[in-house]
Design a protein. Structure first.
Length: 483
C-alpha cells in the first residue's frame, strides 16, 4: 500500500512505472503474507521489486519501450523472474527505459522520458532510468535493470541509489531481450548494499537456458556485506580522474578515499592506459551485435506489422506506373524499365522494411545502421576486428591491475544528471556519459555505483567500484565501506 500510494502520488510526473496492475499487486502481497505466516516465504519475502521492461514476465507486456513491441506479451518468465518469485518477491510492475536499452537518459522511450525524482527537469540517466527513478522515488524496495555499457550504474549515480552490474555470466540472460549479447548483464538497483547483495544471491547461478551463464558456486553475498573489512587495496586509476570530470565530483570522491585510507585501506595509484579507447570500441561492438540481434523484428513472427494492404497497394501503383512508362518507351529505356519492374522489392520485403521503419525509434535505427556498416565486407577488419583487439587490451589492463589491488575506484559518470532535452541532438555527447562505466562491460568484470554525495547543484552523484570477474564479494565489501 505504501508503494502504491507513492506511485499514485507522483508517477504521473516521474513516469518510471509504465505498466502495473494494482489488484494483482494486492493479490501477490496477500499470498506472500500467507507464506510468511506459514514460514514458507523465501529470502526476498515482501520485497517489492520493479522490473525493467526489457525482462520477460509471463503474460505481461515486455515492450522494451519500443513501438515495435508495443503489444508484445511474453509467454514465459525470464530465469531471473522465476528466481525472484521462488524467493517470495513481490513483482511490482514494468519500468520505463530507453528503447531496447539504448541510451543514457531514458529519453528514447515510447512512454516519454522518465524523470529524475530529485529534480523532474533532469534525466534519471539510462537506459535503466525507470528502475533508478522508481527506487529513488520509493515506488519499490528495489528494481532489476540491465547493464550493457553502464545502464544500471549511471542511472543509479544520477538518482542517488545503489546499482550493481555483476560479472558477465554471473546472472542468466534467459528472458532478457538482447541488445549486445556479449555485454548484457542483469542486476539490481536498491537503496542499500545489503539489499543489492541479497538480490544478487537470488539471481546468480548457472542456468540451462543460457550457455554463457557460469556454473561457479554462488557465494553467500549477504555474508560478504555483514562485517566489512577496511583492510583492502584500492586501485586509483589516473585515467579516470582527468579532463571532463566535474571538479566537485572529483573532490568529493577524493575525500571519500581519504576517509577510507584513514580507516585502513591502502590507495594504490594504477594505470588503465587503454580506457580511452573504450567508448569507440564499445560503440562498434555493441552496435554490431545489436544490428544482428534486432534483425529478428521483421513484423512477421511477432511485434509491430505494417498494414499489408497499404504495402500491396503501393507496390501495385508503382508497378502500374512503370508499365505505363514502358508502353511509351523504346530501346534501352524500355529495357531499363523492364529491369526495374523485375527487381522491385516484393511485397514481403516491403512489409519488413515498413514494419521496421515504423517500429524502431531514431536511436535504435542509428545503431542498426552503424552496426550493419561495421560488419559489412570491406569494413569488418578496419572496425569490428580492430575493436575486438582493443577489447582484449582493455581486459588485459584490468587483469594486470587486479594482480595488485582488490578493487578499483572511479567516478560513475562525469557529471550529475543533465537537463531533459539537452543532449538529444548530439549522440556523441550522449555516448560520452558512459566513459567510466563502459570498460567494465568490455572486460566482463563487475561494478557497482554507490551514492557518494550531493553536488552544490542539489543533485546526487556516485562513485564506482570495480572488481575482477566473479569477485562480487570483494566488490560488495568495498561498497559497504562507503555506504
Ligand atoms: N548508454 C549505453 C548505450 O547507450 C549503455 C546502454 C546499456 O548499458 N544498456 O549503449
Amino acid at each position: 500500500h505504501h508503494y502504491i500510494s507513492n506511485i499514485d502520488e507522483t508517477n504521473n510526473d516521474i513516469n518510471a512505472v509504465v505498466n502495473y496492475d494494482r489488484d494483482e499487486i494486492i493479490r501477490q502481497a496477500e499470498s506472500i503474507q500467507k507464506k510468511i505466516e506459514d514460514d514458507s516465504a523465501g529470502r526476498l519475502a515482501g520485497m517489492a521489486i520493479g522490473i525493467k521492461d526489457v525482462i520477460c514476465e509471463k503474460n505481461k507486456k515486455a515492450t522494451c519501450a519500443s513501438a515495435i513491441l508495443e503489444d508484445f506479451e511474453s509467454t514465459y518468465d525470464a530465469t531471473v523472474i522465476e528466481r525472484l518469485k521462488k524467493e517470495g518477491a513481490l513483482l511490482l510492475g514494468r519500468l520505463n527505459m530507453d528503447e531496447f536499452a539504448m541510451g543514457s537518459s531514458n529519453e528514447n522511450s515510447i512512454y516519454g522520458p522518465a524523470k529524475n525524482p530529485h529534480d523532474p527537469d533532469k534525466v534519471p540517466g539510462g537506459s535503466s532510468g525507470g528502475s533508478a527513478a522508481a527506487v529513488a522515488a520509493e515506488y519499490c524496495t528495489a528494481a532489476l535493470g540491465s547493464d550493457t555499457g553502464g545502464s544500471i550504474r549511471q542511472p543509479a549515480s544520477y538518482c542517488g541509489v545503489v546499482g550493481l552490474k555483476p560479472t558477465y555470466g554471473r546472472v542468466s540472460r534467459h528472458g532478457l531481450v538482447a541488445f549486445a549479447s556479449s555485454f548484457d548483464c542483469i542486476g539490481p538497483l536498491a537503496n542499500s548494499v545489503a539489499d543489492a547483495a541479497t538480490i544478487l544471491e537470488v539471481l546468480a547461478g548457472y542456468d540451462d537456458h543460457d550457455n554463457t551463464s557460469s556454473s561457479r558456486a554462488v557465494p553467500d553475498y549477504r555474508e560478504a556485506v555483514s562485517d566489512p573489512t577496511s583492510n583492502i587495496k584500492i586501485g586509483v586509476p589516473e585515467e579516470y580522474f582527468g579532463k571532463g570530470l566535474d571538479k566537485e565530483i572529483r573532490d568529493g570522491i577524493q575525500e571519500q578515499l581519504k576517509d577510507l585510507e584513514n580507516e585502513g585501506a591502502e590507495l594504490v595509484p594504477i594505470h588503465l592506459p587503454h580506457m580511452k579507447y573504450g567508448i569507440a570500441a564499445y560503440y562498434i561492438l555493441a552496435t554490431a551485435e545489436a544490428s544482428s540481434n534486432l534483425a529478428r523484428y521483421d513484423g512477421i513472427r511477432y511485434g509491430h506489422r505494417a498494414d499489408i494492404d497499404e504495402v500491396e497497394q503501393e507496390l501495385h501503383q508503382e508497378k502500374m506506373a512503370i508499365q505505363e512508362q514502358m508502353e511509351l518507351a523504346t530501346g534501352d529505356k524500355k529495357m531499363e524499365l523492364s529491369k526495374e519492374l523485375e527487381t522491385t522489392d516484393s511485397a514481403l520485403v516491403r512489409l519488413y522494411k515498413k514494419s521496421r521503419t515504423e517500429g524502431f525509434g531514431q536511436e535504435v535505427k542509428r545503431r542498426i545502421m552503424l552496426g550493419t556498416y561495421v560488419l559489412s565486407a570491406g569494413y569488418y577488419d578496419a572496425y569490428y576486428a580492430k575493436a575486438q583487439k582493443v577489447r582484449r587490451l582493455i581486459k588485459q589492463d584490468f587483469t594486470q591491475a587486479f594482480d595488485d589491488v582488490d578493487v578499483i575506484v572511479s567516478p560513475t559518470a562525469p557529471t550529475t544528471a543533465f537537463d531533459i532535452g539537452s543532449k538529444m541532438d548530439d549522440p556523441v555527447q550522449m555516448y560520452l556519459n558512459d566513459v567510466y562505466t563502459i570498460s567494465a562491460n568490455l572486460a566482463g568484470i563487475c561494478g557497482i555505483n554507490l551514492p557518494a554525495g550531493k553536488h552544490s547543484n542539489g543533485l546526487p552523484y556516485g562513485l564506482q567500484f570495480m572488481a575482477d570477474t566473479f569477485e562480487e564479494e570483494k566488490l560488495l565489501n568495498a561498497a559497504r565501506l562507503v555506504e
